[in-house]
Design a protein around this ligand. Structure first.
Ligand SMILES: Cc1cc2nc3c(=O)[nH]c(=O)nc-3n(C[C@H](O)[C@H](O)[C@H](O)COP(=O)(O)OP(=O)(O)OC[C@H]3O[C@@H](n4cnc5c(N)ncnc54)[C@H](O)[C@@H]3O)c2cc1C
Length: 273
């Protein structure tokens, strides 16, 4: 997209401590979009910027959650056909405020440069300042990620999400290829295996453009759907989120997270012993 003079919009960490969509017009800027941020991304001002780019005849690629893609596609419908979209398979987003409350205050307040939530297949929070990791949280002690996987902290509307289905709103959908029949994959998957669903001719064109740069194997759609619940239905609201949401305003993140996942916390303690 960039090589063709287009613009890419995607989610980045921005100082001071925000997760938001940004506009990228050079390949260097794309670095900031890499890696999933498991927090709701702020789209303030983005729709009108995309509309302006489209009005000025630019090609635009927007990458985001399916609900974000739907709003961008609707908002820019009247500005021609130069919008390309990629959505991530999504099972819900917690707010940035909630994520911050899971961190030590000094980390939140020390003007960090960058954060990452995973190293390829391993979920591991890392927070950087001046080129150094100043905070690291492994999955087994990470109450935020544990609760994220169980959809305890996500927005209420995520539990009723109408985009968690195999018919997608974007041109291309990306996700983790859980449930793949590994016997059919004859390439190194140590760094993970992504899923790409082609949803339109534009999506097909995007994938064709990168075909020489990736190892790609065509698999049946049923395999993707069977392995990934969020291609079938939204994450259910359980007793866990009810407990968390009741306790959180009174006793804060840690106590509410432990009370909403006592079994998971206990299991982790036993495994580590
Ligand atoms: C909140 C969230 C929930 C997810 N849930 C699932 C799931 O249940 N099942 C599944 O298979 N995959 C899920 N994913 C997708 C998965 O994490 C990877 O993004 C996907 O496998 C592609 O990996 P990648 O390394 O190629 O791309 P990545 O480096 O992860 O990034 C792809 C693009 O995602 C965009 N992005 C990153 N964070 C956000 C965000 N917070 N909001 C909007 N856009 C963002 C960036 O613009 C980036 O360009 C989720 C992603 C997010 C952000």
């Amino acid at each position: 997209m960039i090589a063709e003079g287009g613009i890419v919009y995607g989610c980045a960490f921005e100082k001071p401590f925000s997760i938001k969509h940004i506009r990228c017009s050079s390949a260097d800027e794309l670095e900031k979009l890499k890696s999933s941020k498991y927090v709701q991304s702020n789209l303030a001002g983005i729709h009108s910027q995309i509309a302006n780019d489209l009005k000025n005849g630019k090609k635009v690629l927007f990458i985001g959650t399916p609900c974000q893609v739907a709003t961008v596609a609707l908002y820019t419908k009247k500005f021609g056909t130069n919008l390309f979209t990629v959505d991530v398979i999504c099972h819900g987003v917690p707010s940035i405020q909630l994520f911050k409350s899971s961190l030590p205050t000094d980390i939140v307040e020390c003007n960090i440069d960058k954060l990452t939530f995973r190293d390829d297949t391993a979920y591991r929070l890392k927070i950087y300042k001046s080129g150094k990791i100043i905070y690291k949280r492994e999955l087994h002690i990470d109450l935020y990620m544990k609760g994220f996987f169980k959809a305890i902290f996500c927005r209420d509307s995520c539990h009723e999400c109408k985009y968690t289905r195999s018919e997608r709103v974007s041109d291309l959908t990306i996700g983790d290829f859980w449930g793949v029949d590994k016997s059919q994959i004859h390439t190194n998957t140590d760094y993970g295996l992504s899923l790409a669903l082609v949803n339109s001719e534009k999506g097909h064109a995007m994938l064709r453009n990168i075909v020489s740069e990736v190892n790609m194997v065509e698999r049946p759609m049923e395999e993707a759907i069977a392995g990934n619940k969020q291609l079938r239905f939204p994450m259910k609201k359980t007793w866990r989120s009810k407990i968390f949401k009741t306790l959180y305003p009174i006793c804060g993140f840690k106590c509410s997270a432990v009370c909403s996942m006592p079994d998971i916390v206990l299991k982790n303690m036993i495994i580590r012993k």
